[in-house]
Ligand binder design. Structure first.
Ligand SMILES: [Zn+2]
Length: 478
């Protein structure tokens, strides 16, 4: 019974959200085939450098529906009509290489049927033939138009977040059209291997699924695909889903840190749905497991819910929560053991950077031990522990954070496994999932973009805390 409920919970937004497999080469050619618009009418598409996103007069505030009341975004305006399309230019990671330009475009999917919305080739062909217009409004936008722009604007914010956190230009790290499809008639938001689709119907007030944490979750699926992925079944599938929630919610915190807002919370998807879909602080509320093979643990071989992907997601999201927020006193785990996580607590952005660098096709490629495609929870955390000394040295993070992490592993009863020492050369040869043709612009750990917008700092308190600025890691500040 619980399993079938889980199946509808999905990404939680759609069973089709990963229709295309990991490392699927359909992804890049399809986006490469999209028409790059150079103008709207006679007005050239607006272009901005990523460093100027927060300062340029070209970026504007757009009224939004249930993200913050207004949100900085970047659009093209022609003859009083505002279009959700603009170019962002990134420095090339290879010295002397051409800049990377990404065209962000919101596609109006109002005319799509549900079936068509699940066919990316159909959508791209429709866009190229101008049958699917760019999202636009003139004058004062309707609420629904505001919601469209929420989705578009949040994607731009995610691009800024990616750049600041990981030095990554968009999902693929290459010049490409980056589309988002808005307003299709489904109660869903999903990543299909190429782009996000936002549904609209049957939600309170016809809400579109464009909260910060939802957009963060779905784009992170694209990032994880591009940097090595986790097989979408069983424990590795739970890691995949959990990292989307973790990076998605860190993205929400990032927005607050840049704007002085207070959007962040420890729940997922509460804005459009009216109530949370998942809880970091207590996954048991969602009938999700908090402990490794604890209460609510889902059968990892059961095809329902892809081997307990959502049922067991809580074990990893709760691990993140305890590392960042602590346990707020002595707690008892599902096996009767007491624990108390007092810190030092992890800054959220350091935690996600640590995991990001440990994916095989990330900036840490060739120097960090890679997270295996089919890693179970034990292998996942063991890889992170293995990489901690290198990570802490490179970024100057507190070495005591590893003690906290291990305390949390004990609390959740996730055991470390032994690994043979990592040899990058052997890894290249033996890895079946090393992403083949997907661009790897950031293979050198020494590389970081020279001119950077501010590296944000996130030091989280369990409740009501304030941010404490952290020094830039030396590695990043030059
Ligand atoms: Zn998901």
């Amino acid at each position: 019974m619980r399993s079938s409920e889980k199946k509808t919970q999905t990404c939680g937004y759609g069973k089709y959200h990963r229709s295309f497999g990991i490392g699927d080469e359909m992804r890049t050619p399809l986006l490469d085939s999209m028409t790059v618009r150079t103008s709207i009418g006679s007005t050239p598409i607006t272009t901005i450098n990523i460093e100027d996103f927060f300062t340029s007069g070209s970026a504007v505030n757009i009224t939004s529906a249930y993200n913050p009341p207004n949100m900085r975004t970047f659009v093209t305006i022609d003859g009083g009509v505002t279009y959700a399309i603009a170019n962002i230019v990134y420095p090339n990671p290879h010295s002397g290489g051409p800049p990377i330009t990404i065209q962000f475009v919101g596609i109006d999917g109002t005319a799509l049927t549900e079936t068509q919305s699940y066919m990316p080739e159909f959508v791209v062909a429709g866009y190229n033939a101008s049958l699917l217009p760019i999202v636009s409004f003139s004058g004062v936008p309707t609420t629904q138009k505001q919601q469209f722009f929420d989705g578009y604007s949040t994607c731009l914010w995610y691009a800024a977040f990616l750049w600041e956190q990981f030095g990554r230009a968009g999902i693929l790290g290459k010049s490409v059209v980056f589309p988002f499809v808005m307003n299709v008639p489904i109660v869903n938001a999903f990543w299909n291997g190429h782009y996000i689709t936002f549904g609209r119907s049957a939600l309170p007030a016809g809400n579109v699924l464009t909260g910060f944490d939802i957009v963060g979750h779905e784009i992170t699926h694209g990032i994880i695909d591009a940097i090595g992925s986790n097989n979408y079944f069983g424990e590795s599938g739970s890691i995949n889903e959990a990292m989307c929630d973790i990076i998605g919610t860190t993205f929400e915190k990032y927005f607050d840190s840049k704007t002085g807002r207070s959007l962040f919370d420890w729940t997922i998807a509460e804005d459009p749905f009216g109530s949370p879909l998942r809880h970091f602080a207590d996954p048991n509320i969602d009938s999700n497991s908090k402990n490794y093979y604890g209460n609510f643990w889902g059968d990892t071989s059961d095809p329902i819910d892809n081997g307990g992907i959502y049922t067991n997601i809580g074990c990893i999201t709760y691990l993140f929560y305890l590392c960042v927020a602590g346990s707020s006193g002595v707690q008892t785990n599902d096996f009767g053991a007491d624990f108390n996580i007092v810190g030092p607590l992890w800054p959220m952005n350091d935690f996600i950077k640590w995991v990001y660098y440990s994916y095989p096709n990330s900036l840490g490629a060739d120097t960090y031990k890679p997270i295996k495609y089919e890693a179970d929870f034990k292998e996942f955390v063991s890889t992170l522990v293995y990489n901690f000394p290198l990570f802490s040295t490179q970024f100057g993070v507190d070495k005591e954070l590893l003690v906290t992490f291990k305390d949390v592993l004990d609390a959740l009863e996730i055991k470390l496994v032994e690994y043979v020492p990592f040899d990058p050369k052997k890894f290249k040869n033996r890895s079946p999932y090393y992403v083949r043709e997907v661009q790897r612009p950031e293979t050198s750990v020494a590389y970081m973009p020279k001119k950077r917008v501010n590296i944000f700092s996130l030091v989280t308190q369990p409740s009501g805390g304030s941010y404490q600025p952290r020094k830039f890691p030396k590695f990043l500040s030059s």
